[in-house]
Design a protein around this ligand. Structure first.
Ligand code: SAM
Ligand code: SF4
Length: 396
């Protein structure tokens, strides 16, 4: 294709303000020189100090100096479960044409990797529903990143499909499992999938070496606190990392209230019923999870983790960026604004500018989006507003 980088049309990449700016947003500086959506002065003096992005530093850094290295790439908003903390039974999905195609997903991932992303997690919705999953894994693994993982409810993670994903380049898998007991599992997921199917998938993943296998559970007051200790015992017996997540206001039904929250401290006390826990801290400064090992005998790999965004927020060290299945860049789970990558990917005049110019414009859009990443989620702050998008359409 004809490359015209030097003479590229000074196109304005569309960065529509999807929702009003957040009360919790951090400083917004723009260095693009473009006159698009976010209203801060253009042409700011370049500087290397944290809080100022040099236009030639083509790596993902936000206006608070945080370097972004982790991408959560949602490949579908569809799901076959209706977890009570996530999706209402009558949730409405985006039309198929609104979702990024596999080629567009790979292009988005490629641009992110060029900007310094070295860990990608495929998520959703339920990513295993994607008909092109093996091809997607293969194309993204070929970008040569440090870590490629997937988060799944496990209902479609048969041993054969997991082997195929591994052959394609998948390195790690994280399951969701909110209960061990059959009735509790059905109440949490509102799915006919038997809990044994997910536990079998977890065991198969451990045997296949998709290590470390992690298992997430969202704990809700009055729903599944009684499952915390049985889940910890299962982790201890099988050898995986059981990670309990505090319930966040990201459910499509908007049922979240502080009363539904089971705080990390209480969760850990319940988990300790399965065996004394020894703190290990965070694997990395930007890790979401604080980890523990069992003081007594346990299967190799058995660990407990707690992800406490509400009572122990970790925004200060956040390294994450999200792209939704319909191609919106979200600098934070709780962003009230999004950046339209899909428009930029599909825009005929941007495409006509040549592949490398087009990609550079896509990269510019992502750089600009990341720059606006808010300092923190502000869940407990007065005036907090839940984003319109639920977790399932953001990509957890
Ligand atoms: N369907 C896959 C699954 O459930 O693992 C991947 C997508 S799901 C949205 C990703 C993660 O988000 C899951 O671990 C789920 O438990 C978590 N999640 C969903 N809604 C949540 C909420 N309101 N608060 C905290 N975590 C939530
Ligand atoms: Fe589906 Fe995952 Fe949401 Fe449950 S948490 S409804 S499995 S997207």
């Amino acid at each position: 294709m004809n490359e015209r980088a030097a003479a590229a049309p000074r196109r304005v990449v569309s960065l529509p303000l999807i929702e009003a700016a957040s009360a919790h947003s951090g400083t917004r500086r723009r260095t693009t020189g473009r006159s698009d959506a976010i209203g801060a002065p253009a042409h700011e003096p370049p500087t290397h100090s944290p809080g100022h992005r040099h236009r030639d530093d083509r790596r993902l850094i936000d206006s608070h100096g945080r370097i972004i290295t982790d991408l959560r790439l949602s490949i579908t908003d569809r799901c076959n479960f209706r977890c009570v903390y996530c999706m209402e039974p009558e949730v409405r999905f985006a039309p198929a044409t609104a979702l990024l195609t596999p080629d567009e997903l790979v292009l988005a991932a490629t641009a992110c990797v060029a900007l310094g992303i070295d860990r990608i997690r495929l998520t959703g919705g339920e990513p295993t529903l994607h008909p092109d999953l093996p091809r997607l894994i293969e194309s993204i693994a070929a970008l040569g990143i440090r870590d490629l993982s997937i988060t799944t409810n496990g209902s479609l993670a048969s041993r054969n499909s997991m082997r195929r994903w591994m052959d394609a380049g998948l390195r790690r898998i994280t399951f969701s499992l909110d209960a061990v007991h059959a009735d509790a599992f059905t109440r949490m997921t509102r799915s006919p999938t038997p809990v044994e199917a997910v536990i079998d998938a977890i065991e198969a993943a451990i045997e296949l070496g998709l290590a470390p296998v992690k298992v997430n559970a969202v704990i809700l007051r009055g729903r599944n606190e009684d499952q915390v200790a049985p889940l910890a015992s299962l982790a201890r017996r099988l050898g995986f990392e059981m990670r309990y997540i505090e319930y966040m206001p990201l459910d499509s039904g908007r049922h979240w209230t502080p009363e539904h929250l089971v705080p990390a401290e209480e969760i850990l006390a319940l988990a300790a019923q399965a065996g004394e826990l020894v703190p290990l801290g965070r694997d990395a400064r930007s890790s979401t999870s604080e980890s523990f090992r069992f003081a007594g005998a346990a299967a190799p790999g058995a660990r407990i983790g707690v992800i406490a965004p509400v009572t122990r927020p970790f925004c200060g060290a956040c390294s994450r960026l999200r792209i939704t299945a319909d191609g919106k860049v979200r600098p934070c789970l709780f962003s009230l604004r999004e950046f339209d990558l899909r428009d930029a990917l599909r825009d005929p005049s941007l495409r006509a500018a040549g592949a490398s110019t087009h990609r550079r414009m896509i990269e510019d859009l992502i750089l600009d989006a990341v720059w606006t990443k808010q300092a923190g989620h502000g869940i407990t702050a007065e005036g907090f507003r839940q984003p319109a998008r639920p977790m399932s359409s953001i990509g957890g």
